[in-house]
Design a protein around this ligand. Structure first.
Ligand SMILES: *Cc1c(COP(=O)(O)O)cnc(C)c1O
Length: 424
């Protein structure tokens, strides 16, 4: 396939932007490929600057659950832009979106809008620390909670892709308060709490881990976290930046019937614009400034364009048939697994809601250790040949495949046909 304009732009970008990209995994390093520069996107199709079309299974890493350029979302953003793009003062849509999020999420009574998932998780931790008067946070190895300092110890996503054990620039003193446990390992959590229980402010978890591929919580894992944190007076933070409005309209908390103390959002909540949010019970959220003493702020927070995109997105999603999409994605994932298994490569294909993940592994993946043992060379081979056939997958074995409500059965059939032609 001709990728010459992308190549030229990437060379130019590398002179101007570190690594040529504004977020690391996009560079496609891990799969020994060059990034595609995208000219436009509609529905589940991306068109690159060389005029090639791709069926998109990345969806901007999750936000585009309605597909790209959804007519209602695009109209809402256009209309909002005509009324000015930022006021630095409250606007009506902030209240509307807050109400929609609170209505959707079982555990939420109040919410604060921010500009990214990173801001949401960073702020939620500050709040948890402020409320409990404790400093430590427990996170799970391979979970990714954005790029704020306290979370950059054994993180997933790009940190995993680049095998950075933490990262230079994060003071040891900052991550000294970050405790680590393997995902799905309640015994490890118990042990840590037995030792540090009275100094742990919060446990933060991706209720479905979607930044080390796709790891489902084992039966009892989330319930166990709820019980242990409650017992020790620590807060339970669900990082629903991916699962919010994707695991179900009410997120993973609705799907699994667990009530976290705080929840973080991003991705879908902004409908493709930069939005994040954190929320929870009133008694906790009332500690946020200016109602309370825990400082948190943002020049562009509650931005009218972003609020309009979020509202339009949630309005559509509220009426979507999540169960039907899940059945279709599950059937697709199973067929994809069978096709690859028939080629005699080791393959696991976990799937939940509208996510799936090809792990080239003999055994199921239950934590980051397992994920790291997957065959990355087989993944790279698969990635490259799929992309050459117009199927756009996340360029790393540590990312999950995303499906939208506008992927048709024909799109699935084309992806499966492409998979049939892959040779290892
Ligand atoms: C993407 C992601 C984040 C970070 O969100 P950004 O908008 O990229 O800052 C945090 N947590 C999870 C679970 C994510 O997937």
């Amino acid at each position: 396939m001709n990728e010459s304009t992308s190549r030229r732009l990437f060379e130019q970008a590398c002179e101007l932007i570190p690594g040529g990209v504004n977020s690391p995994v996009r560079a496609c390093h891990n799969v020994h490929s060059l990034p595609l520069f995208i000219a436009e996107a509609h529905g589940c199709r991306l068109k690159d600057v060389d005029g090639q079309e791709y069926i998109d299974f990345v969806l901007s890493w999750g936000p585009m659950l309605l597909g790209h350029d959804h007519p209602e979302v695009t109209k809402a953003v256009r209309d909002a832009a005509g009324r000015g793009t930022s006021y630095g003062a409250p606007c009506p849509d902030e209240v509307t979106l807050a109400q929609m999020v609170v209505d959707a999420m079982p555990s939420l009574e109040m919410v604060r809008m921010v500009n990214s998932g990173t801001e949401a998780t960073m702020s939620a931790l500050r709040l948890a620390r402020g409320v409990t008067g404790r400093d430590k946070v427990l996170k799970f190895i391979g979970c990714y909670h954005g790029h704020a300092d306290p979370y950059l110890a054994a993180a997933g996503s790009g940190v995993a892709t680049f095998s950075i054990p933490g990262t230079p620039g994060v003071p040891a003193a900052v991550v000294a308060d970050t405790l680590l446990a393997p995902y799905n390992d309640l015994a490890a959590v118990e042990t840590i709490f037995a030792r540090h229980g009275d100094s742990i402010a919060a446990v933060i978890v991706e209720p479905v881990a979607a930044n080390m591929g796709l790891v489902l919580p084992k039966a009892g894992f989330l319930e166990g976290l709820r019980a242990i944190t409650a017992k020790h007076g620590a807060l339970l933070i669900f990082d629903e930046v991916i699962t919010g409005f994707r695991a179900s309209y009410g997120g993973a908390q609705e799907r699994f019937g667990i009530t976290p103390d705080l929840t973080t959002f991003g991705k879908i909540i902004g409908g493709g614009l930069p939005v994040g949010a954190f929320g929870g019970k009133r008694a906790i959220m009332e500690h946020v400034a200016p109602r309370g003493e825990v400082y948190q702020a943002g020049t562009l927070s509650g931005n009218p364009l972003a609020m309009a995109a979020g509202i339009a997105t949630l309005r559509q999603l509220k009426n979507m048939d999540y169960a039907a999409l899940e059945r279709r994605v599950s059937a697709f994932a199973h067929e994809l697994r069978d096709i690859l298994a028939a080629k005699n490569v080791p393959i696991q294909m976990p799937t939940i809601a509208s996510m799936f993940c090809p792990y080239f592994s003999e055994t199921p993946v239950e934590n980051f250790d397992d994920a790291q043992k997957c065959d990355q060379e087989l993944f790279t081979t698969f990635y490259k040949q799929m992309r050459a056939q117009g199927i756009y997958l996340a360029p790393s074995g540590y990312e999950t495949g995303m499906v939208s409500f506008v992927h048709t059965d024909d799109d699935f059939a084309r992806a499966l046909d492409a998979a049939r032609k892959v040779t290892f």
